[in-house]
Write a protein that binds this ligand. Sequence first.
Ligand code: CTP
Length: 407
Amino acid sequence: MQIYKVGGAVRDRLLGKPVTDIDWVVVGATTEEMLAKGFRPVGADFPVFLHPKSGEEYALARTERKSGRGYGGFTFHASPEVTLEEDLIRRDLTINAMAEDDQQNLTDPYHGQQDLEARVLRHVSPAFAEDPLRVLRVARFAARYAGLGFTVAPETLELMRHLSESGELEALTAERSWKEIARALMEDQPQVFIEVLRECGALKVLMPEVDALFGVPQPEAHHPEIDTGVHTLSVLEQAALHKQPLTVRWACLLHDLGKGLTPKDEWPRHIAHEHKGLKLIKAVNERFKAPKDCQELALLVGEYHTHGHRALELKPSTLQELLQSFDVYRRPQRFEEFIAACEMDARGRKGLEQRSYPQADYLRGAATAARSVAVQPLLEKGFKGPDLGEAIKRERLKALKAYKEQA
Ligand code: CTP
């Protein structure tokens, strides 16, 4: 049997990037031979094994034939006769379809190296269409390598458009899609992920609520970029520049969905968009089964981001309600993430990227003031049960009034 390094490990070494995961392909072996060497099989009829020591993935060279829709709709044909070239041709992109032996000799039948140099993300063959998840993968790679100058080849974009229009994307499971979305949002230029999805028509299928924001105007005084979709991309870009976590990036992407529902005759104003957007945010959250912390933050940011911007004008009682809505006394981190999302929203506007955001420290100070109310003295005064709750609220309100006066 011959063993080759394949996929991302080869690509990233040639790009001079750090290699984390190594995938291997094994040519000329049978399942029985792999088991005899101590490899552990992954899944039942999937010809992938884990190395007994390193735990790295070793896949038998295979050809793939589509037999149904979506994931699990594949049948795999792996046999010792399948050649390296036959295995590579069924992979997604030419830059992912190179193999390397233990002497670092490159097998590159589909000109991946040429495309690496030309900075092109190009599909290897029509077999690309066998897995619709690849539409998201290509957009994710575009987000990752945009900084290096990579773009999607026009013919690949065309194929992605075809897949998006064919209804194939609907067959993807929430879990597979979310994994790609989450990874893409954590790339250096997550806005490119959304742009590429939009360009090939996949955004309209996956997140029509986000797609609908393009072409919707906002008041120029606050939004020099005017377009709500463009604004959303800029907010995401800022979130990445400021190294925000996934929760914040997800909330940034969804914060203005309500603006897509505004009747045209109300444009460019978006009255109560915060509230109107909640059902859309909920729908997107559920569609992809986003993790709970992402779901929660997106809903809270959707509902309260304009409170964040108006923080300095809020009455103490409104500030208190805001802090309460975030359960800031038990979940201080989530409030920090809210502040971060608001700041990204404020900066994700044309020409305003460097603006200061005094609301952030003001909100932090308010949370500290409210949190500094000590419970012990109230207990000593004999408060308990619901009375204690009321007494704490009164003291917090007092603390917030004092905070607002001295701020
Ligand atoms: N692959 C594919 N189609 C998919 C998933 C994977 O063709 N839907 C192939 C590609 O050749 C890819 C390899 O399997 O390079 C390994 O896949 P994976 O580990 O998911 O991705 P990497 O390319 O290693 O990229 P990353 O750096 O994102 O892990």
